[in-house]
Design a binder for this molecule. Sequence first.
Ligand code: ADP
Ligand code: ZN
Ligand code: ZN
Length: 748
Amino acid sequence: MTGTFVRVALDHPLPTLFDYHWNAPEPAGPGMLVSVPFGKRDVVGLVCEVAAHSEVPADRLRAVNAVCTACPPLSSEWLALAAFAADYYQRGLGEVALPALPQALRDAARWPRLLAPEERYSLTPQGRAALPDALPARATALRNLAEALAAADFLLAADARALHPKAIATLAAWQAEGWVALDLVDAAAALPATTSGAAEPQTLPTLTGEQSAAVEAIRDARGFAPFLLHGVTGSGKTEVYLRALAAILAADATAQALVLVPEINLTPQFEAAFRARFAALADTAIVTLHSGLAEGERARNWFAAHACRARIVLGTRLAVLASLPRLAVIVVDEEHDPAYKQQEGLRYSARDLAIYRAKQLGLPVVLGSATPSLESWWQAEQGRYRRLTLSRRAVADAVLPTVRLIDLEDERRRGRASMEGLSGPLIAALKTRLERGEQSLVFLNRRGYAPQLACDACGWVAGCPRCSAYVVLHKPERALRCHHCGWESRIPRSCPDCGNVDIAPLGRGTQRVEETLASAVPGARVLRIDADSTRRKGSAEALFSDVHAGEVDILVGTQMIAKGHDFQRVSLVGVLNADTALFSHDFRASERLFAQLMQVSGRAGRAGLPGEVLVQTRYPRHALYHALGRHDYVGFANSTLAERRDAHLPPFVYQALLRAEGRTLEAALAFLQQAAAELAGIPAAERVTVYDAVPLTIVKVMHVHRAQLLIESASRAALQATLRAWQPLLRGLKGVLRWSLEVDPLDI
Ligand code: ADP
Ligand code: ZN
Ligand code: ZN
């Protein structure tokens, strides 16, 4: 059949494009969003190809319903990025591309409103004369609004609302006074912001020699240039990003930058630093993209990037798939952080996609960390990434803390006093800090009160009825909670099996340590920060600002307190219960532990106070703790890499996991065994090692039994070719509820 046809990607597990007849008035082009009939429904799809022929018989070929004219087409580079991710992670193109778009674009009913022009408010000359003096002195929020209007050429409705919840009503009133003018501008067609990032009103710190060298290397890079910025905690990596971006954005008034951070909710100071530094850009030229944003705001920010109005996009892993037509540089801060790995749906690594994106476009990409992932470190060792080193703390007088190991066995042998898992030396050190008016951190990677509730008399342990897991005791919430499925129940008064009333918590979580600290260090103001204490939106930020304001003496928490914070008054860090990760079955556990301990140690002594780290351990001679004591990332990385090489583990081999979920464990395992048998017919699989199918550590979650099959190869090409050939065979197998493939899994 001839005419105009489009091949459309739909959010559907079949990895094919779907042909449609094109009879819309506008010319067809790749990257356009269309509404098409699919089965009995209409769905939104993405045009990938335009063709003059279709193989689909005329009677089965349907026509495109509507075209989203409000959204400029996605670029061919963006389509290529989505296609790469789809191929690499063994998904359909539409399954990658469509979920990466804002919800408003994926719903054709909402397209007409996308066209709604953007409202821009600006001050009239009368308004400039009258405001803010006409406002009551104590109307701070209104005054802020007036000042923001005076400072910028215009305010978008969204920006105004962010300043003041009733801003629109106020602006309407001011408009009636003749103080404010309202213009309507076509949002999607708006031109790139042309203000340059050159003017920097702040007084900038003088860069250290190492910082300057790093900034120059990034600024002067041409073509694809991957950098590994290895800088100790407090060495001023952020300053390097800021200066390099300022140079790149100033050199090209339309250039865009993408800055990825592991968790944006935890790094408001990071966002503040960017906003302050790039104050010369319009407010709307810096946008954030993360899952914590309201849907409308996320759509606006996505659009701003797509329409090139946003110059800097600051986001979490999902931002790596944002449309940035003028992208000129990418930064991945804390590149080692496991949060860059999406753990459901499309299981991608945002860091790896960032590198692909830079390669595709020929750009510099900066991976920053005090403890780079061994994957990245190995790339640098081979000379594939250029290493930039910041070996000292940036602030004069700030030195890395001393690390002291407290031998728990020795403490016990000597009969030294301890309290509920807090050793004597740690309690003494905490008291000293309290007397000196300094702050302490106590780090423990386990939330809740106790990981188990048990009966001494009969051996009963409280378990989840839906999972093969113990439930965690949460004392303030007076509940037992399953951390795998969310099941919750009241705390029983007696053992449900034998009636014994002496049931007792076993082990320690952050809540219990918080309780112990309150009595062990009398007079200390103790604050706990973990996923439980920060459940409400914005509460983490509020708690952290209490710490910064000096209203807290001891902060106890999980890895949430370890990340990125620049605490000025912390001089002591205590580490509890780190040993459990030393002997984990997961070969990455020690790498993660080392990174976490380096990170949390890095919170101490940042602003000139001498810092100390106390690690409670039963294995004081363990190599990991020794490397920590010497702040020796390089030694740790190189010896761990040597072990990995000997054991044929990543990054020396490439892995993929097939996971199956069944009603019984037998069903899941049987599926995996059949899947393994199918590999025999795939030529590329000759270079692939197949392991036995095994149950997951937590076999059952929500009544579903889970098992996995690991395959690996020293050849990336052989692994990918195997997966490509395997995928259609797997679709023919039956007997499980779900199965999924994961490429480059982090948790095995
Ligand atoms: P990192 O991200 O490497 O841990 P930060 O970027 O948080 O380090 O910087 C640590 C501190 O050093 C911050 O307070 C920052 O303002 C300060 N700083 C960075 N560079 C300099 C410099 N060249 N001179 C003085 N202070 C600096
Ligand atoms: Zn009992
Ligand atoms: Zn459960």
